[in-house]
Design a binder for this molecule. Structure first.
Ligand code: F6P
Length: 524
């Protein structure tokens, strides 16, 4: 169990409130003028990831107080308990051990006296053997043909994680075409099925519970299509073309899937943290097992950084504390994540589920209604596209919205011209947000351009107030290992926020009522 501590009752919280009021006039411009080394002083790295917090509205005192808050909320103890397999998801009486799935060095992690490591190794090996055989063509379809297409059928964590990774690491992909079906929208499914050949398509049904309406409806429609007369297929053929990842082996069997083609999951892995388990089967199938393993190793690197680095230099901790600072003291409700890589287009939807399903809670660990802000609204899109969409509001609107920029030092194909421009835009945006453009500068610019007659009418519209916060994450290159690091960073950031907000980040009862009412609607 984690400590039950209302954060607003801590000494650090009171001090932060006072500090926030005293710091109203904080200016990023002045802070940089005063300390030429601000960027270096407020940048931290781990393996191939560097994070620059210098463009946040913080002083050393802010950071110290935020770290005090984390200490008063017993964050270190919480980290230890999570990694050790304590039952920290108390409402569901579960441990939270997605980190064990990527800990290749661990020999023993126990839940209720049972070592879970042998099962993890066995399942991972099953993923390896299966994906190797599908990729090489050794394992064939019911029609004795090599597979050309994979369809992942799942929703939420059983879709977003694998889809995001497969899309993000497209560069490393093999010959298998990979498709994802999540929505219950039958038209979308029809469009996909029209272009698939049952003789060469492998269906991977991913559902922890194997009861999720969308997934089971889609899977049943696909099964019906697969068994339709025109293909001449029989029930026994299902075992060649359908596999499942689930904890519910009974329902998987009822669906007609072979035991050998059933990949197990565990209740101590939450859906939104599950891509590291057999839920990542589509990742291993489309990128090859070695790349899947690299992803896991990368996540483990960030786990070790998170576990072993002191809080003041700990990247997931600092990133979480920045959110707490803006959310709870500035009363800012939203946060932008913007990767400067088209490959990472699905990263924002993935982090939306991760952070909003985890921390969208209003009852604390004691069962009491919370009287302070918790989970932020996460949104964003890839740069540079978003510069031409929503950034106007961030630069000149009335709201303050902290931004997290993510960039890669190197491009994958080595197109330096494009890549320089991509990164220059990232830097340009963060500078514009932080330092803005003064009235004097706008005046001078219009004058230099010979547009003196326009000064009176245009000047106020061209001013950028600046002093808008952002964090910049720079990763060396988009590799499976570095993506693993990055995802793990956001997972731990989410966890730290939950610890401080005194909530359980690992249940999701808020998704239930809508499902119930939809079913009621259907039966009425
Ligand atoms: O949206 C609720 C949720 O339970 C998610 O947490 C989960 O990732 C998703 O539904 C899918 O659940 P399952 O894997 O059991 O089909």
């Amino acid at each position: 169990m984690l400590k039950n501590q209302n954060p607003t009752k801590t000494i650090a919280w009171q001090k932060l409130q006072k500090h926030y009021k005293e710091n109203q006039n904080f200016s990023l411009k002045k802070a940089f003028q005063k300390n030429q080394n601000r960027k270096e002083d407020l940048s931290f790295s781990s393996n191939e990831i560097k994070v620059d917090y210098s463009k946040n509205l913080i002083t050393n005192k802010t950071l110290n107080l935020l770290v005090d808050l984390a200490n008063e909320c017993q964050l270190k103890d919480a980290i230890k308990k999570q990694f050790a397999g304590d039952i920290i998801n108390t409402t569901e009486n579960r441990a939270v051990l997605h980190t064990a799935l990527r800990d290749f060095k661990a020999n023993k992690i126990e839940i209720d006296g049972k070592n879970i490591i042998p099962e993890i190794k066995e399942t991972l090996n099953k993923v390896k053997v299966f994906s190797d055989k599908i990729i090489s063509g050794e394992l064939k379809s019911y029609a004795n043909k090599k597979f050309t297409d994979i369809v992942n059928i799942g929703i939420g964590g059983s879709d977003l994680g694998p889809k995001m990774v497969v899309e993000s690491l497209r560069y490393y992909k093999n010959h298998l075409n990979t498709h994802f079906v999540s929505n219950i929208d039958g038209d979308y499914l029809q469009e996909l099925l029209q272009n698939l050949n049952p003789k060469t398509t492998l269906f991977v049904i991913v559902s922890k519970t194997f009861t999720t309406q969308e997934t089971i409806t889609n899977a049943n429609t696909i099964k019906k299509w697969f068994l339709s007369q025109e293909f001449g297929t029989k029930k026994e053929d299902i075992k060649h073309n359908f596999v499942a990842v689930s904890t519910n082996h009974k329902e998987v069997k009822n669906f007609g899937i072979d035991k050998n083609n059933t990949f197990t999951m565990w209740d101590w892995v939450g859906g939104r943290f599950s891509l590291w388990s057999a839920v990542g089967l589509s990742i291993s199938l489309s990128l090859g097992f070695n790349n899947f393993k690299e992803l896991l190793l990368g996540a483990n690197q960030m786990d070790n950084h998170f576990k072993n680095t002191n809080l003041k230099e700990n990247i997931p901790v600092l990133s979480a504390l920045m959110s707490v600072w803006y959310n709870n003291f500035y009363q800012i409700e939203t946060e932008i994540i913007t990767p400067y890589s088209q490959y990472l287009e699905k990263f924002v939807p993935f982090t939306q589920q991760l952070m909003m399903e985890s921390n969208g809670k209003s009852v604390d660990r004691n069962g009491d209604v919370i009287n302070y802000q918790t989970g932020n609204i996460i949104w964003g899109n890839v740069g540079t596209n978003m510069q031409h969409a929503f950034m106007q509001l961030v630069h000149q609107g009335t709201k303050m919205i902290p931004v997290e920029f993510i960039g890669f030092e190197e491009s994958l194909y080595g197109n330096t011209d494009h890549h320089k421009k991509l990164l220059a835009n990232l830097v340009g945006q963060s500078q514009a947000l932080a330092f803005g453009k003064t009235k004097e500068k706008v005046h001078l610019e219009l004058k230099t351009k010979g547009e003196i007659q326009k000064i009176n009418s245009l000047l106020p519209y061209k001013i950028f107030t600046g002093n808008k916060p952002s964090t910049t994450i720079i990763v060396k290159k988009l590799t499976p290992k570095n993506l693993g690091n990055l995802i793990s960073l956001y997972e731990h950031k989410t966890f730290v926020q939950g610890v401080i907000w005194n909530i359980n980040s690992f249940d999701q009862f808020g998704v239930e009522l809508g499902k119930e009412l939809a079913n009621k609607q259907l039966s009425s």
